[in-house]
Design a protein around this ligand. Structure first.
Ligand SMILES: Cc1ncc(COP(=O)(O)O)c(C=O)c1O
Length: 460
């Protein structure tokens, strides 16, 4: 059901409905091949998509894509789209960057072997490079950020011998059981509505407080029963929620006081720079997790630990780290992922490319801000490095809860579909735009022009 925050009441809802219907009809008529594939998929794929989140695309059926390169995506009906979604971050590198394609081909043509359950020289280099970027010396690999988070939470519980982990309200760290929890109406934790088949009620494993609420965090950590805090240094999955000045330092201090480990999940905040927020803000987490873009979209994720944490992990005589104890997987650290990660880190997610990406996100934000002002929309735009996002509220949200209250499903669909119908693809679950090395100023200006047209129509 569409939700309507107070600030969006200034929008003429009747007009919005008419425009949304028009955009739905246009999408349906201009994408016959996607519609046909979607029809066929209803009989071969559960819910008609290979992964349930793909069902969240705007329109009556999902867009099927044929190919993608750089920041361009071609759909099966032949439309060329400027891609600001970039696989929700997995293609922050741009689609199929030449350096990675070349490294993968070289590996396959010259060495061969996709996965062997043996380490490669590339893995050693990737560990060193991640260590340089994030300031943590010891790394292991996973295939998804979800798995990296799952495994570090296990490792933290193991060494800490504590019952709880703590996350922030409306976080997303992948489909990790302990994190699918939120602050309930009475301020205490509750399982997120819609949580699919949890093994146990996550309130038995997890404490949850609002981002930027140091009093609540302090109270939650005081009993010294929390093994680790798992956080994004800047929340990104409920819109961008920035830490208030001093918040991240205070989180570190509260963790130290209570003997709690601190994990920074940099999977999305990698947009902040080559070492995510950890490097950009000079943070000192005990563990870092990162995934998605680090091998340009070839499945690969990683977690890094401090020397002390490394010692504690390896010192536990009870822990089965090498067999079926619950961390690791046969495909993790495979040769293909490691080769792709090495090329990505050495040649794609580089300082010069970030300079370009951040400058374009700044240009994008300025374009959006100008439209917001021109049409006096009660909206705003925030930026985290190469990521920019507009929100349907005028006041900067301080927490996940405040940001959640500003959502507007109907307006979301209208914006996403209108942009898509005009050649701009944005992330279905966010109003975020990501810049990659191939994004150009002309692409950003095209977005600004389309955004101006769409918001103008909404206002007239
Ligand atoms: C912060 C964060 N961590 C972890 C994940 C999980 O990533 P994956 O779906 O690749 O496992 C996501 C996914 O959006 C994320 O945003």
């Amino acid at each position: 059901m569409a939700t309507t925050p107070a600030e969006s009441q200034t929008i003429d809802r009747g007009r919005l409905h008419v425009l949304l219907e028009r955009e739905r009809r246009r999408y349906a008529s201009e994408h016959p091949r996607s519609r046909e594939l979607s029809r066929q998929a209803q009989t071969t794929l559960l819910a008609g998509v290979p992964m349930s989140m793909m069902g969240m695309l705007p329109g009556a059926f999902p867009l099927f894509f044929e190919g993608a390169r750089g920041d361009r995506l071609t759909d099966v009906d032949g439309h060329s789209l400027i891609d600001f979604c970039l696989g929700d971050g997995g293609a922050l590198t741009g689609h199929s960057p030449a350096a990675v394609v070349e490294a993968v081909h070289r590996h396959l043509d010259e060495q061969g072997g996709l996965t062997t359950m043996l380490p490669t020289a590339d893995a050693v280099i990737v560990g060193a490079e991640l260590g340089r970027r994030f300031g943590l010396p010891l790394w292991q690999f996973a295939l998804t950020a979800t798995d990296a988070n799952r495994w570090v939470l296990r490792l933290c519980r193991m060494v800490q011998k504590r019952r709880y982990v703590l996350v922030f309200n409306h976080c997303y760290h992948g489909s990790v059981d302990e994190t699918i929890v939120m602050v309930g109406p009475d301020g205490t934790p509750m399982a997120k509505p819609g949580n699919v088949g949890p093994q146990i009620d996550p309130i038995q494993t997890t404490k949850v407080v609002e981002f930027n609420d140091l009093d609540a965090l302090s109270a939650a950590l005081a009993p010294r029963d929390v093994a680790a805090v798992l956080m994004e240094p800047v929340m990104t999955n409920i819109g961008i929620v920035l830490p208030e000045p001093g918040f991240l330092e205070a989180v570190r201090a509260l963790c130290d006081e209570s003997g709690t480990l601190l994990i920074d999940d940099e999977t999305h905040t990698l947009s902040a720079g080559i070492g995510g927020c950890t490097r950009a803000y000079g943070l000192h987490p005990d563990l870092v997790t990162v995934g998605k873009a680090i091998a340009s979209g070839i499945p690969m994720a990683a977690y890094g630990v401090s020397a002390e944490m490394g010692e504690r992990i390896l010192a536990d005589p009870e822990a089965d780290l090498v067999d079926t104890g619950g961390v690791g997987g046969t495909l993790a650290g495979n040769a293909l992922s490691s080769a792709a990660a090495r090329a990505t880190l050495e040649r794609v997610l580089t300082e010069p490319n970030y300079e370009h990406m951040v400058a374009l996100a700044t240009r994008y934000s300025a374009g959006v801000q100008a439209v917001i002002e021109e049409y006096a929309m009660p909206w705003m735009v925030l930026q985290l490095g190469a990521r920019a996002e507009y929100r349907f509220c005028a006041k900067v949200p301080r927490s996940g809860g405040e940001s959640w209250a500003a959502r507007d499903a109907e307006l979301d669909e209208f914006m996403h579909l209108s942009l898509l119908n005009r050649g701009i693809f944005t992330t279905p679950f966010h109003n975020a735009a990501l810049m990659c090395p191939e994004t150009s100023a002309a692409d950003v200006d095209r977005h600004t022009a389309v955004f101006t047209e769409v918001v103008g129509e909404l206002r007239s």
